[in-house]
Design a protein around this ligand. Structure first.
Ligand code: NDP
Length: 322
């Protein structure tokens, strides 16, 4: 089979389309014929070496496809099931062997492409809005990179929970998409002081929670955007890491809470994995959650997909099609 592999960290060109042995299922595993692999910013961190991993490596942490074989002891899925998963390396490939306990079966009305959009970015938006800071009516939240993969879904879930959303984006086109996803206000954070704007929009109070995935460029502003006893959910670093911080800053800015969460701690049990995925599938089937999937690349063009994502050219989900 074909797979996108890297032998050393670096720029997009380190990704090579190579022949690899087709995986066979071990006990407890299922083999998935991948129909769509999700491209996520974490893939960029892994490829560039920001996150250190053993090489050679097949990139990709999210996919949707069809089960073609199961190993001994598998009860969760059967051959022919349409499934999706996240958190298992090796999705930039034609096939992957996946622990069956990590697979969720897709219901009628949710495609394998949609499955690949939901598992990492959708579930991240879900845990942020429903668990890290469970949004409620009356809350205002700040969503950075609001037209991105996580961002567009987070705006919609925040609205479903009755919260008011302020979204930051880099272009007018992205601002339009964020508003369509439920952001009542948008700020061009590349041109405007987003913290001052956020304070103005909230009548000087600030937001209950700032969902910050941009990191280096937004951290200071996020601190200045929060209401007293607000929370910063620092869940990414697309502009770079924020470096060392002194906890005293949280006191000075209003007894703030800071968390640096990871999806994989919010879907650690099969029960939680299925509960989050099930709720997202339900919203998609009911038309309450729209997934934007305009950026599809053939598997061989993974480097182009990474360039587009890193270059801030994409909105919503980016998929690789084997
Ligand atoms: P996105 O589709 O959101 O793409 C990243 C966006 O970040 C860009 O489109 C851009 O939007 C914005 N951005 C701001 N500054 C930069 C910069 N210097 N370089 C590149 N992009 C920049 O990606 P994902 O939805 O895949 O991921 C979003 C973030 O969420 C990432 O930081 C990722 O690591 C994080 N994440 C964290 C998880 C967790 O559990 N902790 C799980 C999943 C994702 P604009 O042009 O509008 O500024």
């Amino acid at each position: 089979m074909k797979a996108i592999r890297i032998h050393a960290p670096g720029g997009p060109d380190v990704m090579k389309l190579e022949d690899a042995p087709e995986p066979q299922p071990k006990p407890g595993e299922a083999v998935v014929k991948i129909e769509a692999a999700g491209v996520n910013f974490i893939d960029v961190y892994q490829r560039s070496g920001l996150y250190k991993l053993e090489m050679p490596l097949t990139l990709g942490l999210e996919a949707g496809g069809t089960v073609t074989a199961v190993g001994p002891g598998v009860t969760e899925v059967k051959v022919g099931d349409k499934v999706a998963y996240t958190g298992v390396p090796g999705a930039y490939a034609q096939y992957a062997a996946v622990p069956a306990a990590r697979l969720v079966v897709l219901p009628q009305g949710v495609s394998t492409k949609q499955g690949a959009a939901i598992m990492l970015q959708g579930m991240t938006a879900h845990y942020l809005a429903c668990s890290t800071y469970p949004l409620k009516k009356g809350d205002t939240c700040l969503v950075h990179a609001a037209a991105g993969g996580v961002g567009l879904i987070l705006c919609q879930i925040a609205r479903l929970r009755g919260a008011r959303v302020i979204g930051t984006v880099s272009t007018d086109e992205k601002a339009k998409l964020a508003r369509e996803a439920g952001a009542e206000e948008t700020i061009l954070y590349t041109k405007q002081d987003f913290a001052a704007e956020t304070k103005r929009i909230t009548g000087g109070k600030g937001v209950q929670v700032a969902y910050d995935s941009v990191g280096k460029d937004t951290w200071e502003g996020s601190l200045n955007s929060c209401a007293i006893r607000g929370m910063i959910a620092l869940y990414g670093q697309s502009s770079g890491p924020i470096g060392m911080i002194d906890p005293q800053i949280l006191n000075a800015k209003g007894s703030l809470f800071l968390t640096r969460p990871s999806l994989f701690h919010y879907i650690a049990t099969r029960e939680e994995l299925q509960q989050r995925a099930g709720e997202l599938f339900g919203w998609v089937r009911e038309g309450k959650l729209k997934l934007r999937m305009e950026f599809e690349f053939p598997l061989k063009d993974a480097a182009e997909a990474h360039r587009a994502l890193e270059g801030r050219k994409t909105t919503g989900k980016v998929l690789l099609i084997p």
